[in-house]
Design a protein around this ligand. Structure first.
Ligand code: GAL
Length: 415
């Protein structure tokens, strides 16, 4: 039992004050890259400082597909963790299955409805009740560039996809891989959706949120797929199966000039001690300035029977929404806080750009949910899009017209 003396300082201790009963919290997640591990350690440390036991259940594999497979088998066998990194529309699917527990008491006491943008709080609720807590807001439509590589090749960092294709030969001639990419379906989809977004937020929504058949197989989608295929000429022959953070390290060490990836990539630059604007440059993915593809990481809470575990879950949720945690976690993770009204001073220029783009895009109607990261559509439809997009990207004989047709049919078949 905690004495009065130890209850007088710090976030963790403020939580410990409230509870004074230690519980175990097991968290299943896929934050295993260097920058991500540093971020999740912040939470682990704070929970342990509050007297709880953190059991880490990390499942490697960017994008989280393996983690979700493991989670499903644990849930089906009646042994779900206390909390899991579940995001976007998956929260609705798990809510529907009856696995998740309400956090309404923590949310009401913590004023979450007024602290969170509606686009964020909506994602955290099932049937009007909070069942998850947001740790961040990631922007997905970023281009990460190594300025030295561009200087060496005598070319500019592209702002359009046409320019992206044009600078390729010059970078190659200078012995630099133009685009660092990992040949995995979710990474292919991350680049594909950024090219689609450049055609406008309305087009993007029609395709990936409304699943409009004419849009999915239409002329503009054929144009998007044609541009997407040209990215193949910019990536190296060894990209197949490469993890995203390995691709980021190629940009960090100058082997490659650029990467299209969400700002979890920035966590790797930070972990490598790199400075934005000097060692690397962050710009909106070509053609998507003032647009923002959001991906919100969240921890969803599974129903527990043991009181101390229930209390530990509530403490975890409270701690995640604490300003200090939102700051420290996101400084490491590369994302921006989900909580509004945070002090911007500790954050760097890329985070400031993300914060501004979030506000501007919300006003302009160009804030869109990431399809590649589970915010726009169900995991079934996302899986169908992944399959068509990655098969097309790796095929040598499929035309963009055929791919668009396949995309529309595959989506229709899963609706
Ligand atoms: C996303 C996740 C990010 C990051 C990324 C790479 O889906 O939301 O936090 O982990 O995958 O694994």
């Amino acid at each position: 039992m905690k004495t009065l003396k130890t209850c007088l300082s710090g976030i963790a201790l403020s939580v410990a004050c409230a509870t004074a009963s230690a519980g175990e919290v097991e968290v299943l997640h896929y934050w295993t890259s260097g920058g991500e591990a540093a971020a999740v350690n912040v939470l682990k440390q704070e929970m342990e400082d509050a007297g709880h036991t953190w059991t880490d259940f990390a499942v490697a594999g960017g994008g989280g597909e393996s983690a979700m497979t493991v989670l499903k088998s644990r849930a089906i066998s009646g042994n779900p963790p206390s909390a899991a990194q579940i995001k976007g529309l998956d929260i609705q699917e798990w809510g529907e299955l009856g696995f998740l527990t309400s956090l309404d008491d923590v949310a009401t006491a913590g004023n979450w409805d007024s602290l969170l943008p509606e686009v964020v709080s909506d994602v955290m609720k099932y049937d009007g009740h909070y069942v998850a807590v947001p740790v961040n807001v990631h922007r997905v439509n970023w281009l990460w560039a190594n300025p030295e590589a561009f200087k060496k090749a005598g070319v500019e960092i592209p702002t359009t996809w046409e320019q992206m294709i044009e600078v390729g030969p010059k970078l190659k001639a200078a012995g630099i891989i133009p685009l660092a990419h990992g040949g995995q379906a979710w990474q292919d989809a991350t680049t594909f959706e950024a090219i689609a977004l450049a055609e406008g937020a309305d087009f993007y929504r029609k395709a990936f949120v409304e699943h409009d058949d004419a849009t999915l197989k239409g002329e503009t989608m054929v144009k998007v797929l044609t541009t997407f295929k040209k990215m193949r000429d910019l990536i190296d022959a060894d990209s197949s199966g490469r993890d995203w953070n390995v691709a980021t390290s190629m940009v960090i060490n100058g082997q490659a000039a650029m990467q299209i990836m969400g700002d979890w990539a920035k966590g790797e630059f930070t972990a490598a001690g790199k400075t934005p604007g000097t060692d690397y440059v962050c710009v909106a993915a070509p053609g998507t300035a003032d647009m923002f593809t959001f991906n919100i990481d969240s921890l969803a809470m599974f129903t527990q029977s043991d009181d101390s575990r229930v209390q530990a879950q509530k403490d975890l949720a409270k701690m995640v929404m604490d300003p200090k945690f939102q700051e420290t976690f996101n400084l490491n993770k590369g994302s921006i806080p989900a909580r509004q009204g945070m002090d911007r001073t500790p954050f760097d220029s890329c985070a400031h750009d993300s914060m501004d783009a979030f506000t501007v895009s919300a006003e302009k109607g160009t804030l869109v949910p990431s399809m590649a990261h589970g915010m726009a559509t169900s995991s079934r439809v996302q899986g169908a899009i992944y399959d068509v997009v990655t098969n097309y990207f790796n095929a040598s004989d499929m035309s963009a017209e055929d791919a668009a047709d396949k995309l529309a049919r595959a989506v229709k078949a899963t609706l």
